[in-house]
Ligand binder design. Structure first.
Ligand code: ATP
Ligand code: MG
Length: 382
């Protein structure tokens, strides 16, 4: 008898000829997520099996973070020859559970002497005779005891959900504009969940924003890295550009122009990193720079697709997502963010692109400023 974790994948099932590619990538992701707890991870019968775990609970939690995982079950694997022994194991798995149950039997080994209904009935009877406190309910049971007869017998009674999605790396790479706020980590999570690897970009306005605010972003990066298997974070020195915008452009346009510079710099870094798109946490109408017109002005300088996965979410919905993925607490820490330092009193809400472009002309040597910001970025491997 051996304990293991049985990992099922979700959408990969839909893949046709490419399935082995996705399976192997997911296998690699799971291996890397659990490497501190087990080195015995293999693909078997269209699932991933993990054996010899140093810490079962921690290992389970790690697997539950891997994109592409549909669900994971702590299971027992054993010889199937002695059916009474299999029943005894089933009884053990019901330990600590109360209420009603149902045995769900699956027989992949068609030569096995009992068929699925017989396995279910026999095991149900065996358990009931020794646990008269339980009762069988085939329609809405409190617990489902699963028995699978394959090359060996597999039993499990608990199924834990995975995050779903696709293994990271199966759908290219994108650059996430990561502020210290609530929205951008959620946006990054949503795109990474679709199999996209992330590179993080943070615009840092030292000394207007201090070390602690940078540490906060690094911490957010760490949480995201837990899902993505790692994250490279560019911390871009942004103060010079902000000062220059502040000095030379009309005040009501400064935020928008600043956002256009963020896009230009992010695009340069994205290309350097072979990323194919940008991601932001913008949501329609949230602030002046996120009205439809303002978004259009920001988009106008991005030479690659800009993904805004929370565009149609209310703040409350984004917050509940942040709580679910574990970024909310860190995002709520009070440190200043660069955008609040130079915020104009009355930003334009319905900007016109030609006016924005004209206002931007006041900035001399913009290209050089962008180049310097990219080159002077600090790179943190998380
Ligand atoms: P968030 O939107 O992450 O909660 P926020 O509300 O402070 O942070 P906004 O002013 O709404 O940020 O900016 C919209 C988007 O622009 C952010 O979601 C993020 O993608 C990007 N952004 C803003 N500030 C920064 C920054 N300092 N570094 C990197 N990206 C930023
Ligand atoms: Mg926001």
């Amino acid at each position: 008898m051996r304990e293991l974790l049985m990992v099922r994948y979700g959408e990969i099932y839909l893949k046709g000829l490419n399935r082995p590619y996705f399976q192997n990538l997911l296998l690699a992701r799971v291996k890397s997520a659990v490497k501190a707890y087990s080195s015995n991870v293999r693909l078997h019968d269209s699932r991933i099996y993990i054996y010899d775990m140093a810490d079962k609970t921690a290992c389970l939690e790690a697997v539950q973070q891997v994109f592409g995982v549909h669900s994971v079950c702590p299971a027992v694997e054993m010889e199937k020859g002695d059916f009474e022994k299999v029943c005894e194991q089933g009884l053990q798995l019901m330990e600590g559970l109360s209420g009603s149950f149902k045995v769900i039997a699956r027989r992949a080994d068609k030569l096995y002497p009992l068929d699925s209904p017989q396995i279910g009935a026999e095991m149900g009877g065996y358990i009931l005779s020794r646990r008269p406190d339980l009762k069988v309910d085939v329609r809405k049971p409190d617990h489902e005891l699963n028995v699978e007869i394959r090359d060996l017998a597999y039993l499990y009674s608990r199924v834990y959900p995975g995050p779903g999605g696709m293994p990271v790396g199966s759908n290219g790479k994108a650059a996430l504009l990561l502020s210290g706020g609530i929205d951008s980590p959620v946006a990054g999570y949503m795109i990474a969940k679709r199999g996209v690897a992330l590179v993080g970009i943070h615009f840092y306005s030292f000394p207007y924003t201090g070390e602690r605010s940078k540490e906060k972003v690094v911490q957010l990066g760490r949480i995201l890295a837990g899902y993505c298997g790692g994250l490279k974070l560019y911390v871009v020195p942004f103060t010079d550009i902000q000062m220059r915008i502040h000095e030379s452009c009309p005040e009501d346009h400064t935020t928008l122009i600043m956002r256009r510079f963020m896009m230009r710099i992010a695009e340069k870094i994205a290309r350097k990193e072979q990323a194919q798109a940008l991601i932001t946490g913008e949501s329609i109408g949230q602030v002046a720079s996120q009205t439809m017109n303002a978004l259009a002005c920001t988009d106008a300088v991005a030479g690659m697709p800009v993904f805004r996965p929370v565009i149609g979410f209310d703040k409350i919905e984004i917050i509940s997502c942040a709580q679910k993925i574990g970024t909310y607490e860190t995002s709520s820490l009070p440190y200043e963010d660069c955008c609040t330092v130079f915020t104009p009193r009355h930003p334009v809400t319905q900007p016109k692109l030609d006016k924005v472009e004209k206002a931007e002309m006041n900035l001399a040597n913009a290209e050089a400023l962008i180049e310097t910001a990219v080159n002077d970025s600090e790179i943190i491997e998380i």
